[in-house]
Each structure stands twice: as structure tokens, then as C-alpha cells.
Design a protein around this ligand. Structure first.
Ligand SMILES: [Zn+2]
Length: 408
């Protein structure tokens, strides 16, 4: 499987120490299993996702850090006991990471009732631990300054981009984060969720598997969104947003892919959507761009173009004067994934009276959802038939409008 990184390396020694009493021991009844273990390297952290067959209650102590033990040949490491899970000897060889931050990940049977996750560290600053439901996942993000840059990004790109089966739909914001607030108190998070749900229905009707990052008005961090997307094995990621501007006359639809060229014009939109000041985006942006390169970037651009073209066509059925703000690039956190084609759509301005009226209407939401679904469908057709990007869409020839004349 292309996204599961790295060859397994013999970390056998460590595991044998973990499970001396387990050899030949029968598995007790009633335990859950480990379905998969995956890792992703980001500029400032490495993510480990352990997928389980059932939800678990993690110990309150969380991850515990143990200092290196050179006599036992153990590096600095973190461990977490996972109750009610049987892993047996499946991960006894461990998973090599070696990205300048993590050395590797091991899982072993610690007691008959507990599995233990061990993360061997090369560097460490702090970590974040959270769980995700359905399917149950444990997510650990380890932050630190790498001893070396994460290796050649192309090694992590899916080798097979000829399948479009699972679509991850991400309604932006939610819960404590309302996103932009517009005319008559119209909240972006509500518009996003309504369109996303309709989009899910239309995609399913076209035979796609659909995963929504949220299905209700709940708070979800950007890290959780990418974790949901990556660990669902999605082929396409579509983040749904609505725009805002201090200039109430500004309106229209624009579609974003991840910035690879350090363009400055979309920093404000990205800063707002990322929830961080624009100044912080600069170094991050360059690091991000390196990770989504080559074929995957051109696939994302193709997807963006098809989805955008359709959205404009659909919107013009309702309002011929709606401006086409075009395809753009920006340093959006949620698009920063190395495993699938990803786009972010800004469906209109909640701060503009006419856009707000449209975005509020269920028929318009349905029209946009249908058009986005058709765009994904066209993308699937092109990818699965092996069609190359047309000249107009070839890399470098992509029409990218700048919003310089449209400041906000
Ligand atoms: Zn937004």
C-alpha cells in the first residue's frame, strides 16, 4: 500500500523484550485489534496513526517519555498503553520512519489485556495525542526540530494515482469556530456544512465512497481534519468554505490548491482559514510546498479546474452576474497532505448581500453540491481513463487569476 511508509526493519530485539511472556500464549476473548499503523512526515511534526477495530479509553497518563538507555540499545522514546487491544506479534518488526524526528514505531503485547505503542525518537520537543471515532484511531503528533529535512517527498506520494474511489468532504470550521460571519448573521460554518452534506449525497449517488470530516456543528482542529482524511485512505479531498471581505461589494467563487510558488496574493484568505496570522505562514508555506509536488500537484490543479468550471456554470444558472474569481493557490493547512488530490472551494462571500442570499438558499446549495460532484466525476473519468492533462491544464499553463485587483 503506497501510503504506508517505509520498509519494515528488524527492531525485533526491542519487541522480544516487550513480549517475553506472550510467546505461545492464547489470545483472550473480547479484545479489539489493530487494523493498521501509518505515519506521515510534516515540516514541524511527524504523525502516527494507529487504526483499531474498536474505540478505546486511553490511560490518563497519556504518552510517557522514557530517556534513552544506551546499555539496552534503546533510544529516547514515548510509550502508550492501549487497553483492550490485541496486537500479538504482528508489528514485532516495527515500522521504520527515520525522518530526522522519529526513528520508528513499534507495537507489542504488553500484558494479555494491553497493547503498547512505542515511538522511538530521534528528536523531541512536545507531542499531541488525540483519538478519532469511526473508525477508531489513535493519533500522535510528535513535534521537534528535525536532525535532517524529511527525505525526498516523492517517496511518499501514492505510486498509483489512477483510482478515484473515496472522496473526503471537509466542511470548514464548526463548533466554537464559526468561520466568517456575514449579512444577517449568516455563519460560514453552517453554509459549509449544508453544502458538504448535499455534496456527500450527490457523490454517493455517483458511486463514490464519501467521508465527511464532520457531520454536525462540532469543533475540529485542522490537524484532526487532515488526520481524518489521510487515515480514511481518501483519493480526493474537498474542503468547503465561504469567503468574507471588508468590502461588502466583493463577491464571487474561487477555488484553491496548495501554493507551490510562494504567491503572496492569497495569504490573507489562507491566514483566515488557517486561523493564524499571515506572518506565520511564510516559512511554513515554503516547507509545505515541497511536500506536495509534481504529479500530485498537477492532479490537484486538474481537479480544481474541473470543479471550479462546474461551480461557475451552476452558479450562473442562478445569477449570470456572479464573478468568476478563478483558480488560485494558497498555503492552506488542510490542503497540506501528501497522499491525495486536494482542493479548497470558496463558494461565495457571506459579507455580500447577493452572495449571502444565494448561499442561504437550499436550492443554490444543492446546485453547487451537484456541480462539485459532477466536477469530481469528470476528474474520475479523466484519471481512470489515463487521460493526460490537456494543453490548457498542463503544468505551468494553468490559468491562475490573481486577486490583486480585488483586495480585502
Ligand atoms: Zn472558511
Amino acid at each position: 500500500m503506497g501510503r504506508q511508509r517505509g520498509a519494515r526493519v528488524a527492531l525485533l530485539l526491542g519487541l522480544i523484550c516487550l513480549v517475553p511472556t506472550m510467546m505461545g500464549v492464547e489470545r483472550p476473548p473480547g479484545l479489539g485489534d489493530v487494523r493498521d499503523v501509518r505515519t506521515w512526515s510534516y515540516p514541524d511534526y511527524t504523525r502516527v496513526v494507529v487504526e483499531l477495530t474498536r474505540e478505546v479509553r486511553l490511560p490518563r497518563s497519556g504518552l510517557i517519555r522514557l530517556a534513552a538507555n544506551s546499555r539496552a540499545g534503546r533510544p529516547d522514546r514515548l510509550y502508550l498503553d492501549v487497553p483492550g487491544i490485541w496486537v500479538g506479534r504482528r508489528y514485532e518488526e516495527g515500522i521504520e520512519v527515520g525522518d530526522g524526528l522519529l526513528d520508528g514505531v513499534r507495537l507489542g503485547q504488553n500484558t494479555l489485556q494491553n497493547s503498547r505503542l512505542v515511538i522511538d525518537l530521534e528528536r523531541y520537543d512536545h507531542h499531541r495525542l488525540f483519538t478519532l471515532p469511526s473508525p477508531a484511531r489513535i493519533v500522535v503528533d510528535v513535534y521537534g526540530e528535525r536532525t535532517a529535512a524529511p527525505g525526498d517527498a516523492s517517496g511518499r506520494l501514492p505510486t498509483e494515482l489512477r483510482r478515484v474511489h473515496t472522496v473526503v468532504v471537509d466542511p470548514g470550521h464548526g463548533g466554537r469556530d464559526p468561520g466568517a460571519t456575514g449579512i444577517g448573521g449568516l455563519r460560514e460554518k453552517d453554509v459549509n456544512l449544508a453544502i458538504a452534506k448535499k455534496l456527500g449525497t450527490h457523490l454517493e449517488a455517483r458511486g463514490f465512497e464519501v467521508v465527511l470530516t464532520r457531520e454536525s456543528d462540532r469543533t475540529l482542529s485542522l490537524e484532526e481534519r487532515t488526520a481524518v482524511a489521510e487515515s480514511s485512505g481518501g483519493d480526493v479531498f474537498i474542503s468547503i468554505h465561504a469567503n468574507a471581505s471588508r468590502r461588502t461589494q466583493t463577491r464571487g467563487i474561487e477555488t484553491y490548491t496548495l501554493d507551490a510558488n510562494h504567491e503572496r496574493h492569497s495569504l490573507d484568505v489562507a491566514a483566515r482559514e488557517n486561523g493564524v496570522p499571515a506572518a506565520r505562514l511564510d516559512p511554513l508555506q515554503r516547507a509545505l510546498a515541497k511536500l506536495q509536488v509534481g504529479e500530485l500537484a498537477s492532479h490537484s490543479e486538474r481537479l480544481a479546474s474541473l470543479v471550479h468550471e462546474n461551480m461557475i456554470r451552476g452558479a450562473h444558472r442562478r445569477d449570470k452576474s456572479l464573478p468568476d474569481l478563478g483558480l488560485k493557490k494558497g498555503p492552506f493547512y488542510v490542503l497540506f497532505m501528501s497522499s491525495m488530490s486536494s482542493v479548497l472551494v470558496e463558494t461565495g462571500f457571506v459579507t455580500n448581500q447577493r452572495d449571502a442570499n444565494l448561499l442561504r438558499s437550499a436550492q443554490y446549495q444543492t446546485e453547487l453540491a451537484k456541480q462539485i460532484a459532477d466536477g469530481v466525476d469528470r476528474y474520475r473519468e479523466q484519471i481512470e481513463s489515463g487521460a493526460q492533462p490537456s494543453a490548457r491544464l498542463a503544468k505551468g499553463a494553468l490559468r491562475v487569476r490573481r486577486n490583486d485587483g480585488n483586495p480585502r
